[in-house]
Design a protein. Structure first.
Length: 262
């Protein structure tokens, strides 16, 4: 009798442990699962000073598909990465998956966005530079502090004299004033900043592509539910793409759609 009672007790304990180890079903989230994300404060139109923008909207909509409602803490991008490393937040965005980040964080299978960065020059300057390999050593390059610009840039960045700032508008002003020789800027971010500053895009020569790649929500290795959260986000993003909501939220224009005649 004692042996049978002990066996039953052990079986119940194992079942309780198993239930507690598994994330609760989406309908039972409430206070048991909190998704705490770091939103950078200086990458409009993806995430602005209030943490609002394309990326934030996509994340909210994707997690909503799986019954999750994330909370956001608006921080400088460098602080987002720091808090990811220390485990103060579950995840942060917009992080490029590249050689310098792939082992530091946990990434899902579905990227949040595809983005492109370009090299910008003052028109009619440095005409012989047509690729990153042509850029001479000690060239003054304006970049955003702690941003990732792709593996090709990483292979060359030791040659440059980087001028690191925290705001896109600072890079634009420095390039316009000749305080740097070139700038690496993400296309939609540069377009947004120039429009906000009431400057014509023609003041710069968007000369050649620096990097085409994907940005993600990166999750912390110190978050016990990081891999599960990455899976839930993947499911939500895939569903948004299937329903067509993704393109609308991301501001993607269908190239097959012909403009109406005026």
């Amino acid at each position: 009798m004692r042996k049978s009672w002990v066996s039953t007790w052990l079986l119940v304990c194992l079942q309780v442990i198993q239930v507690q180890a598994e994330p609760p079903a989406p309908g039972a989230m409430d206070d048991s699962i909190r998704v705490h994300l770091g939103a950078e404060d200086s990458w409009p139109p993806y995430s602005n000073a209030q943490g609002q923008g394309i990326s934030t909207n996509l994340i909210k909509a994707a997690f909503a598909k799986t019954g999750l409602t994330p909370t956001f803490q608006v921080l400088p991008y460098a602080r987002v990465l720091h808090d990811l490393q220390s485990g103060k937040i579950d995840g942060g965005y917009n992080v490029t998956l590249q050689s310098t980040t792939k082992d530091n964080y946990i990434f899902g299978q579905v990227p949040l966005l595809a983005v492109e960065s370009y090299w910008f020059f003052i028109p009619d300057t440095h005409p012989k530079i047509k690729s990153i390999k042509d850029i001479p050593d000690k060239f003054r390059v304006g970049v955003i502090r702690d941003y990732e610009y792709g593996d090709i840039y990483e292979n060359h960045r030791h040659r440059f004299t980087e001028v690191q700032v925290s705001q896109q508008s600072q890079i634009i002003r420095m390039l316009k004033q000749g305080r740097i020789d070139a700038a690496v800027m993400f296309e939609r971010e540069a377009e947004f900043a120039l429009k906000e500053m009431k400057l014509d895009a023609a003041i710069f020569d968007k000369r050649f592509l620096n990097h085409h790649g994907d940005v993600y929500v990166a999750f912390s290795h110190k978050s016990p539910r990081a891999r599960w959260l990455a899976e839930q986000l993947d499911k939500g993003l895939n569903e948004l793409k299937q329903t067509g909501e993704y393109d609308q939220l991301a501001g993607i224009i269908n190239p097959t759609t012909k403009p109406e005649k005026q």
